[in-house]
Every structure is written in structure tokens, then in C-alpha cells.
Design a protein. Structure first.
Length: 268
């Protein structure tokens, strides 16, 4: 009996409100609803006794009411936790499946990063091969152009020398013709017998005709060589211009000594 009295004294009986364990629980003070009903039923079933027994029984009833309320709140909390856990697992499965679908869609659209990298490397190798092939082709073309240019220069030099030789020969023959004509005039003016004079005149005329034919032939050859020289000169100028346009692209840093060797000054 003393234990019950001490227990009833330790438990406050005025204005007790049980704590709400979770905000989603109904905002109803079950203790206020439960306590009067249970308390009246208990008091109605008990016989009248001393006041101390009534107080201890009232404290016991309050404790039981609290325990019932707490148990009900615990059950509700467990139910809410189970529902939330189920929803969480459902959401996890949903988003995992969504991530897998997005990855599959990305793989179908663009391929894997390894495939993209291999594709880029393959394109880079093809581009480098094309660059090397074009560089080799341009280098070969430049070498062929240099060889053709040197050949044209040699031919032009030989033609200039031949033209100079023919010019000198033509001048010499022209001087010889003038000398013979002068000698012929002097011979005609001399007082010699008619037969001898006619023979000498015929001789000089024949010799003059021979020299004239030689001179005309030499002049024809010289004009022919001059035409060939002009043609080679035009070819040389054309090749030289093409080479000047192409070389800065093929060999932009060609040494100065090599440029002087390929393009010596004063040779056109």
C-alpha cells in the first residue's frame, strides 16, 4: 500500500498532457478522452473504501491510460515508418531503372567514350596520312620543277652562246660582202681588156652570190634559233613563276644558300 501511495505521489495528476511522438499523428489528446471514461468505470466498479485507496487506484488508472496511449502511438509510428520504407524502396527502384534507361539511351545515341576516342584517333591517323602524302607529292613536284627549270636555263644558255656565234659570223660575212662589192667596183673602173674584165666581173659576181646565199642561210638559221630561244625563255618564265608561287607553301623555310643555288641572279 505504501508503494502505491509513493507511486501516486511521484506521478503528477494536474494538467498532464502526453507528448506527441510524430507530427502526422492525430492532434487529439487521447489521455483526456480516455482518462475520464476509464476512471468513471473503475470508480463505479470499486466499492467505497478509504480515501487513500481511491487516490492510489486513480494513479494506477492514469498510468495504464498513459501506457495505452503510448502503445497506440507506437503502433501508428511503426505503421507510418513501414509505409515510408515501402515508398522509399519503390522510389529507389524507379530511379535506378530510370538511370539505367538513360545510360542505355545515351549509349545508343553517342556510343561509349571508348568508341568515340577510337573514332577520333582513327580520323587523326587518316588526316596525318593524307598530310604526309600531300607533303611528299608537293616535294616531288617541287623537285621536278627545279630540274625542269635548271634544264631550261642550260638550254637558254646554250642558245645564247649559239646565237652570239651566229651573230659574229653574220657580221663577218657582211663585212666580207661589203669588201668584195668594193673590190668589184674598183675592178670595173680599171682599164683592162674587155674579155678579161668580163671574166673577172663574172667571177666576182659568182663569189658575191655565194656569199649572199651563205649570209641569207645564216640569217635564216639565226632567226630560227632566236624564235626557239624566245620560246624557251617564255617557258622558263612560266615555270619560274609557278615555282615562286608554290615554294613558299612546300618549303617555307628554305635556306638562303639553296635559294641562291636554284635562282642565281642574272640568268633569265
Amino acid at each position: 500500500m505504501m508503494d502505491r501511495s509513493q507511486t501516486s505521489e511521484n506521478v503528477p495528476t494536474d494538467d498532464f498532457k502526453p507528448p506527441r511522438l510524430y507530427p502526422s499523428l492525430p492532434c487529439i489528446d487521447r489521455y483526456d478522452v480516455y482518462q475520464p471514461r476509464k476512471l468513471q468505470a473503475s470508480l463505479g466498479s470499486q466499492p467505497e473504501g478509504p480515501q487513500e485507496d481511491a487516490q492510489s487506484d486513480g494513479g494506477h488508472i492514469k498510468m495504464r491510460a498513459r501506457m495505452l496511449i503510448l502503445e497506440e502511438q507506437r503502433q501508428e509510428l511503426l505503421s507510418i515508418n513501414e509505409r515510408w520504407a515501402k515508398e522509399y524502396r519503390t522510389m529507389v527502384q524507379y530511379y535506378k531503372q530510370k538511370v539505367r534507361d538513360l545510360k542505355a539511351l545515351l549509349h545508343q545515341s553517342h556510343g561509349s567514350p571508348g568508341d568515340e576516342l577510337r573514332k577520333v584517333e582513327r580520323l587523326t591517323l587518316n588526316f596525318n596520312d593524307k598530310l604526309q602524302f600531300n607533303a611528299a607529292k608537293e616535294t616531288k613536284w617541287a623537285e621536278d620543277a627545279d630540274a625542269e627549270l635548271l634544264k631550261a636555263r642550260e638550254e637558254a644558255r646554250a642558245l645564247r652562246a649559239q646565237n652570239s656565234s651566229l651573230t659574229r659570223r653574220g657580221q663577218h660575212q657582211q663585212e666580207e660582202i661589203q669588201r668584195l662589192n668594193k673590190a668589184l667596183k674598183e675592178a670595173l673602173l680599171t682599164a683592162q681588156p674587155l674579155g678579161c674584165s668580163e671574166t673577172l666581173q663574172d667571177l666576182w659576181k659568182h663569189q658575191a652570190e655565194v656569199y649572199k646565199e651563205d649570209f641569207l642561210k645564216e640569217r635564216k638559221d639565226r632567226e630560227k634559233l632566236k624564235g626557239k630561244y624566245l620560246e624557251l625563255k617564255s617557258r622558263f618564265i612560266k615555270v619560274h613563276n609557278e615555282l615562286c608561287v608554290f615554294k613558299p607553301q612546300a618549303t617555307p623555310q628554305q635556306p638562303r644558300a639553296q635559294r641562291q643555288r636554284h635562282h642565281p641572279g642574272g640568268e633569265q
